[in-house]
Ligand binder design. Sequence first.
Ligand code: NAI
Length: 328
Amino acid sequence: TRTPVNVTVTGAAGQIGYALLFRIASGQLLGQDTPVRLKLLEITPALKAAEGTAMELDDCAFPLLSGIDITDDPNVAFDGANIALLVGARPRTKGMERGDLLEANGGIFKPQGEAINAHAADDIRVLVVGNPANTNALIAQSHAPDVPAERFTAMTRLDQNRAYSQLAKKLGVTVNDIKKLAIWGNHSATQYPDLFHAEVNGKNAAEAVSDQAWLADTFIPTVAKRGAAIIEARGASSAASAANAAIDHVYDWVNGTAEGDWVSAGVVSDGSYGVPDGIISSFPVTSSGGNYEIVKGLDLDEFSRAKIDASVAELVEERDAVKSLGLI
Ligand code: NAI
């Protein structure tokens, strides 16, 4: 039998954690031939709740689950970690300034980056889900100088999946008919879901829609503000769909993307498409051999260029803010 892969999940007692852990343990993260050991990180007051979730995981008798460790110490949680899902973060509360939000998250993602640097396995791959995801990923990455920067990624896959479903509804097709629909920029309201490079049954998606007003005034804002709409309807933020996207992101990273298709992920920019080097921005990416790579050479028309520039400008502002706070 194969040695178990160590999967660290932070914020394990939260709502995404509850939707995520059972899917990881059932084999949906890495595949049905890969045993996993879960390492759960929580803050001290939430350890008991994490233990409750671990009891339920035991009660599922998952054949692929080889063990569960629970801790409030990042140095323990990331020890030997092969995959890390950084879900726990400090949410913005009423009246909180952006600087305070970034600072509070710096207090979480800086020590976690350091612990990953010191203790994780050589093949560590990190997905940051906790918001502001791109900038939290940048903070963690900047404190892990011994880990290749491209091993730190931020989640925009939920945005991509939302875009797939909105487009499928509009055109009366299924999500299986759609390819290459990617998100550019920040996981925020400025993100840009790109229909100009997407395909529907082999046809250009923007041409298939052929309704620029719908694209600009309905599709993009619906995708970008879907998180708020879920909160409004459910009284709580997206959890199962966020967990599902995290599974998709890691599964494709490890197992590779399909030939002739791409997916979205926040990855460290290499300067492609004028996105400043080093910031963690969403791009269309492909994966093979366990590495995400930015899709190169796409033509961007004026509309797309302006949307991407606006979202990237927001990322640059966030980077500058965390820099001036001494967090990177
Ligand atoms: P939640 O509040 O239910 O759970 C968060 C958990 O993190 C709590 O149990 C808390 O105790 C824990 N936590 C806080 N600080 C921690 C630390 N330093 N170490 C370990 N654990 C810590 O929140 P939920 O709904 O599970 O969401 C988690 C994060 O995911 C939020 O930041 C949310 O905004 C973000 N999110 C991101 C999405 C994306 O598409 N990138 C989509 C949906 C949510």
